[in-house]
Design a protein around this ligand. Structure first.
Ligand code: B12
Ligand code: SF4
Length: 510
């Protein structure tokens, strides 16, 4: 009889049912009238772990964000994977299975950063990449000789040349808005709040382009519909020549994609042009702060100069790109003026989708080490580590002031008046530069609007701290709704035409 393995990715434990987090897309699901549970992006660890398990095991995969866990499932081994935010729930699941004498192995970003904590809920903790560790863990499991810790040292990190294609089909793909792939690992930068360098190492490692294309083809087959792919690289502009090669290879696939990248791309027209042609329409950019002092303190890459921010943003946007700008609040040099300063910067520069975070001391980072030494960590109750709650004592204000300032700022940038200001300015720039075909631009206008509604719903699910003028809000909400209706009907018109007369492009395929 085959040994049975269950792989689980837990959902986070909800600490306030009325409160939403933007990265889950709960509002999008409700707005679309979707009854089934739906989550933003596919969890990548699950299809990777599945691909590493030999055929003589029987494998069940559960992502708790989209389906319930059957706690009575017959299984010999449980593999758990989660980031910090889901650790509270992850440990509860581990404890329940261990009570039934199931062997539990915990891996993933959180366990890799906090192995001594994770081992109190598991038989084994995997510290680092499954591609190196899982084969050895399974071999030892078969022999009944599992060790407590398996670790990937820096010099043992796998090259990405020969990794198996993740088994996307093990997921309930219809339950996600976007599929996710990863084409590189590692980061040499030293931003002190970030986990990436510690988790993935300080050297960039890249998947060969052919491998990426093979993965996308496999993903397209599994998804069975045209899809918007999240390339979750931490800086897709890290090696611009390699990225240009990747973009050239993506053009024939006719996909739309988003990724994360540094502002270095603004200096390179060829890069921006190829990115646009290959379907790159949204870019997450970590601005973090609009204070020169704070950027220095957090050790942000010195190439990201505040003085260049405005021109760079405009340049990237002029290519028809929607910038998803990440900003963090609570650095030691951030005063009370940081809230309005950041909000005004976001609004004035037409940031399509601002992502605001309270600085959070995730385990394993340089920031956390420093705050621990200074006795400034308030709680290690991981369920609160969502990025929207304050978990440490700031230097220049009280935790309550930081918390309320965070709520104020996110509600200010997502007031209807300011959504209108940001999007209207951005769309005007897109129309003036006309660098993308109309069907793509219309789709992107609709999506940025709906995503703003999603982010707004989350911002206003937090305690109210921003007093918008209600008449003005009603006025701008109406304007946005009118535009949405106009875009939707234009899109329907183009879909019905099927082939765009000007370009011969099949519009329905976009
Ligand atoms: C895509 C992404 C998301 C997506 C995730 C989609 C999904 N369904 O998983 C979304 C947008 C939803 C998201 C949300 C959040 N994210 Co995020 N996200 C990422 C990103 C960019 C890629 C993650 C990824 O999929 N990597 C690829 C997979 C394969 O890596 P992995 O899970 O670590 O697995 C590898 C190993 O850990 C190991 N492994 C994993 N599990 C197991 C199990 C076993 C048994 C074994 C042997 C090995 C093993 O093998 C795998 C392959 O090598 C990372 C940055 C990064 N480069 O990692 C940030 C990152 C994970 N996110 C982070 C954060 C903070 C968040 C949020 C709190 C939002 C915020 N404030 O930023 C939420 C929390 C969500 C949650 N429920 O936990 C932090 C996590 C810090 C931490 N300690 O948890 C990261 C590291 C970013 C950063 N700069 O620090 N995120
Ligand atoms: S924030 Fe981005 S650039 Fe900075 S260390 Fe993390 S991944 Fe690298």
């Amino acid at each position: 009889m085959k040994n049975k393995i269950t792989i689980i990715s837990p959902k986070r434990e909800i600490f306030d049912p009325g409160r939403m987090e933007f990265w889950e897309f709960g509002f999008m699901a409700k707005a679309a009238g979707i009854q089934q549970r739906k989550y933003s992006g596919t969890p990548m660890a699950l299809p990777i772990l599945h691909s590493l398990i030999p055929d003589d095991f029987e494998v069940t995969v559960i992502d708790e964000n989209v389906e319930d866990i059957d706690f009575t499932i017959e299984t010999d081994l449980l593999l758990l994977t989660f980031f910090t935010t889901a650790a509270t729930r992850g440990y509860a699941i581990a404890d329940t299975f261990r009570e039934r004498n199931v062997t539990v192995v915990i891996g993933g970003c959180h366990a890799s950063m906090a192995p001594d904590e994770a081992i109190t809920h598991a038989d084994t903790v995997a510290i680092g990449e499954a591609e190196v560790l899982l084969p050895k863990i399974l071999e030892d499991f078969r022999k009944g000789k599992l060790e407590k810790f398996y670790r990937v040292n820096d010099d043992e990190r796998p090259a990405l040349d020969n990794l198996p294609i993740p088994h996307f089909n093990c997921l309930k793909l219809n339950s996600y808005f976007n599929p996710t792939i990863q084409t590189m690992r590692g980061c040499p930068m030293k931003c002190d709040f970030c986990t990436v360098r510690v988790h993935w190492g300080s050297k960039y490692r890249y998947k060969p382009i052919e491998k990426v294309i093979e993965e996308i083809e496999s993903l397209k087959k599994s998804f069975g519909r045209n899809t918007f792919i999240m390339i979750s690289d931490d800086d897709i502009a890290a090696n611009r020549n390699r990225s240009k090669e990747l973009f050239r290879a993506l053009i024939p696939l006719q996909i739309q994609w988003m990724s994360q990248g540094s502002m270095a791309m603004a200096k390179d027209d060829e890069y921006l042009d190829l990115m646009t042609q290959s379907g790159g329409t949204r870019m997450i950019m970590g601005f973090e702060s609009v204070s020169e002092e704070s950027l220095r303190l957090m050790k942000k890459n010195p190439a990201n100069k505040l003085s260049d921010y405005i021109a760079n943003i405009r340049k990237i946007q002029s290519y028809g790109v929607a910038i998803i700008g990440a900003f963090v609040f609570g650095f030691d040099t951030d005063g009370m003026d940081s809230f309005d300063n950041s909000a005004d910067f976001i609004i004035d520069n037409c940031i399509a989708l601002p992502q605001l975070f309270a600085l959070t001391p995730f385990p394993g980072t340089a920031l956390t080490k420093r705050l621990e030494e200074e006795g400034r960590i308030l709680s290690r109750d991981w369920k609160f580590y969502t990025g929207s709650t304050v978990q440490f004592i700031p230097k220049t204000m009280t935790p309550e002031q930081l918390q309320n300032g965070y709520y104020y700022t996110i509600q200010k940038v997502y007031s209807y008046k300011n959504i209108w200001k940001r999007l209207n300015g951005l769309w005007r720039l897109w129309d003036e530069n006309a660098r993308r075909r109309e069907p793509v631009i219309i789709k992107e206008k609709i999506d940025t609007l709906l995503l703003n509604e999603n982010f707004r719903a989350c911002a206003y699910s937090y305690p109210l701290n921003y007093n918008a003028d209600s008449n003005e809000e009603a006025h701008y909400r109406k304007k946005l709704n009118t535009l949405l209706r106009r875009f939707l009907s234009r899109r329907t018109e183009m879909m019905n035409a099927v082939v765009d007369n000007n370009t011969g492009v099949n519009v329905a395929a976009i």
